[in-house]
Design a protein around this ligand. Sequence first.
Ligand SMILES: Nc1nc2c(ncn2[C@@H]2O[C@H](COP(=O)(O)OP(=O)(O)OP(=O)(O)O)[C@@H](O)[C@H]2O)c(=O)[nH]1
Ligand SMILES: [Mg+2]
Length: 565
Amino acid sequence: MESPVEIFCCYADRDQDLLAELETHLSPLRRQGVIVTWHSLNIIPGTNAEEERSKHLNNAQVILLLISPDFLASDHCYDQEMMRAIRRHQQGEAVVIPIILRPTYWEEAPFAHLQALPTDKKPVVTWYYPDEAWVDITRGIKKAVKELVRKLALPSQSKKSGVSWQDSSREGDSGKLAVEETSSFDVIVRCPCCLDQFYVGDCDIVSRTDGRLLRKGPAPNEWRTPRRENVESLTSPKYLRQLAGRQCPHCGYGLPFNIERAKNISLAIVGDTYSGKSHYIASVIHTLRERWLPEHRKSVSLTCLTPEVEHKYYHDVIRPVFVDKISVPATQPTSYDVSEPLIYELKFKSSSGEAPKRVNLLFYDGSGEDYAWQERMVRHARHVMYASAFIFLIDPPALTEVAKHIEEANQLPPFYLAAYRSGRSPVHAIKTTLELFERYHGSQAENLLRSLPVAITLSKADLFRHVASVAPAYRFLSHSRYGKSLHLQEMNAIDEEVRTLVKKYKGYSLLRLSQRFSTVSFFATSATGCAPDEMGRFRFIEPYRCLDPVLWALYRLGVLHADTR
Ligand SMILES: Nc1nc2c(ncn2[C@@H]2O[C@H](COP(=O)(O)OP(=O)(O)OP(=O)(O)O)[C@@H](O)[C@H]2O)c(=O)[nH]1
Ligand SMILES: [Mg+2]
């Protein structure tokens, strides 16, 4: 909620003095911007009083009934305002709080069942120190407002989500890449590391130059709403000099600087051990930087928001594969509960002078063992449950018939195929993911899965060159063109090709499983372009089609336009 809660006060004319007292005691909440109050004395002479009154009565989120014998005796207060207020309360549109001003016989009134103030319903004027009664009332109102804000905050988050996706199915938008922003702030976000949700306003702000705490988040017993609603920007010179950033209030993870402004898109790259995940992620990053970005430099920029994670990934995977041309070892199953993803910001420049639109792409490189068992996945690879899209990698020789044909072709050293025989079905990792996703999301799972893009991807597509019966003319064995827009037709043709291939090699379980998804497409990619030798060395590194599943998912999520012709 951005605006203060509007409070309407119903009172009898004879209680004007007590209304003034109440107004005075509520002034701290008004100053904090938590509430605004309205009553008939606010009516400007010359305006239509009745219209004004009913407009505010119908809009207020909290309605105070100032109860006294005069209130109950007044037809206007009783029949018009009070009854209307109670109806709104019953319909869940407003919260009604009776405030007992003077001794009154109200036990049988229509509001008798509502929680009244002050505490113990002792009329204000009967308190020895009436100020104490007003303080008690102010506290009660603050508590009610806080509860109301808490209830309203979660649904309002989806309306405020930073990016509203374009209807990217429109034709004729070729040559454009775009996202649209509706509002500049998300108040509630999910930590990319521990994956818990939190209010951005609750975060500590720390210096990224010397680690100093610059501003502590509100304490648990503090009135948090103002800081949650008015998230402090980090663009002031004071913060910029310190490269200030926020920290997750749950796990202390240093959040990307744009956490509240960019939509986080988590591309879950899931596959069994040896399916090629690490080489694939390295190749996606390499291709994004070296091939895709140069084509779009005028309209998009790509920035790594996790330089330390990238540095380690560069050292462990990207440099060995792309510079030294050697294969990297299997990713070890993690013993940590949380894993830090690689995060890249895609910033779309705007020609109209508006603020640039941003999305963050999140990549988690997990071990195949962590995707093979629900018990491990739920601890070490929970990100799959919050995925924006899935890229399932299938190792072609995991399909028995493909392995047989490669063996017969006798072009690869035997050690190469031996490694594939993990004994698990080629669809094991997909099934485990699906089961956990359904278990976690319950009745929502079907709906979520309907809209989630799922790219079923044969990794190591270069291996098909060793299978004599695969025509070299297959499109997936050619390089992608990363022109101005996405070539959807070509992707659809590859989807057909790969489905036919999977059928030909009797990958029926994979085809059956694919029917569980509504937004699904088949791909074939090669992260390296060739297989490593016995020493793990590649003759050359020439990835192809690795970006296809990523770009397709971004298109399906409405981030990118496609050339649909
Ligand atoms: N022919 C070929 N081999 C590949 C390709 N990508 C990876 N490999 C080989 O496949 C093996 C497994 O690749 P990884 O990327 O380590 O597989 P992973 O899915 O990360 O495996 P885990 O980390 O154990 O879960 C390595 O020996 C790679 O050299 C490819 O595009 N083509
Ligand atoms: Mg790996």
